[in-house]
Design a protein around this ligand. Structure first.
Ligand code: RP5
Length: 181
């Protein structure tokens, strides 16, 4: 069977000082149908120069493999896991049960319930097994949150986050100025 070490690698991210060439973030999803939703988050990780790896680990269709990947993650040097899933979205919670690493869940709008099923499945984790849940389809915030977590160890990411916030702020002022004419 596929071993975690053989997980498909993302294209080499832009190098940063914190970069060791080893993935710090695992981005995983329940199905390749979730990938379009993750695109925005992957773009953020690349913009910040975060090394990541990407995988498909279904809690339902590949439960043993999912457990292996999650259980091996910390020892392999990964620091944060982003897990996206839709419907009966067990993946983030199941990953969290197999690892001490922080897990960020992205509820994917995949079914007839507008993603509310995914949101509630992910956010309502029982006490003791936390999953940080972002908004429906909001992989951007999942990536930004992962980078903030990395920032507690790698100040470079905090500097980049401050810059990102400033750019966002200036963008709003520019739009307001244009509106005011
Ligand atoms: C979940 O079921 C996946 O995360 C996906 O969002 C949803 C539908 O999967 P597919 O039927 O498109 O493979 O496990």
């Amino acid at each position: 069977s596929l071993r975690p070490q053989e997980a498909p690698k993302a294209p080499a991210a832009q190098k940063s000082a914190a970069s060791t060439g080893k993935a710090m973030v695992l981005v995983t999803m329940g199905s390749d149908s979730d990938l379009p939703v993750l695109k925005a988050g992957l773009d953020i990780l690349e913009e910040f120069g975060v090394d990541y790896e990407i995988n498909i680990t279904s809690a339902h269709r590949t439960p043993s493999y999912m457990g292996e990947v999650a259980a091996a993650a910390a020892e392999r040097g990964l620091k944060v896991i982003i897990a996206a899933a839709g419907g009966a979205a067990h993946l983030p919670g199941m990953m969290a049960s197999h690892t001490p690493l922080p897990v960020i869940g992205v509820p994917v709008k995949a079914t007839h319930l507008d993603g509310q099923d995914s949101l509630l499945s992910i956010v309502q984790m029982p006490r003791g097994v936390p999953v940080a849940t972002v908004g429906i389809n909001n992989s951007t915030n999942a990536a930004l949150l992962a980078i903030r977590i990395l920032g507690s160890h790698y100040p470079e990411f905090l500097d980049k986050m401050r810059q990102y916030q400033l750019t966002m702020e200036e963008g709003v002022y520019a739009k307001a100025e244009k509106l005011r004419g």
